[in-house]
Design a protein around this ligand. Structure first.
Ligand SMILES: [Zn+2]
Length: 89
């Protein structure tokens, strides 16, 4: 299970993200509310995509599909033949 990012209010209590809005591609604003019923402070924090540490495995698969789509039809046919031969082993 994914670990939830813990936020803390200036009153010292924990706070939670109640709403996230993607303002622009990769730039989001998070509405954060203090869980202390005597405080109930709400504030907004921004986060911005910086860089990837590891590529998504899904990107790898779609990258392969895009690569195959970019090939000429004859090359796709011979690639399919090669794949069939490899799978038949
Ligand atoms: Zn608070």
């Amino acid at each position: 299970m994914a670990r939830q990012i813990k936020k803390r209010c200036k009153c010292g209590c924990t706070a939670r993200i109640t709403k996230s809005i993607e303002v622009m591609n990769g730039f989001s604003q998070h509405y954060i509310k203090c869980t202390n019923p005597h405080c109930e402070r709400i504030w907004v924090e921004s986060s911005e995509f910086s860089h990837e540490v590891r590529k998504s495995k899904l990107d790898k698969e779609s990258g392969l599909t895009d690569f195959v789509k970019s090939l000429p039809l004859e090359m796709i046919k011979s690639l399919r033949l090669a794949c069939d031969m490899e799978l038949a082993k």
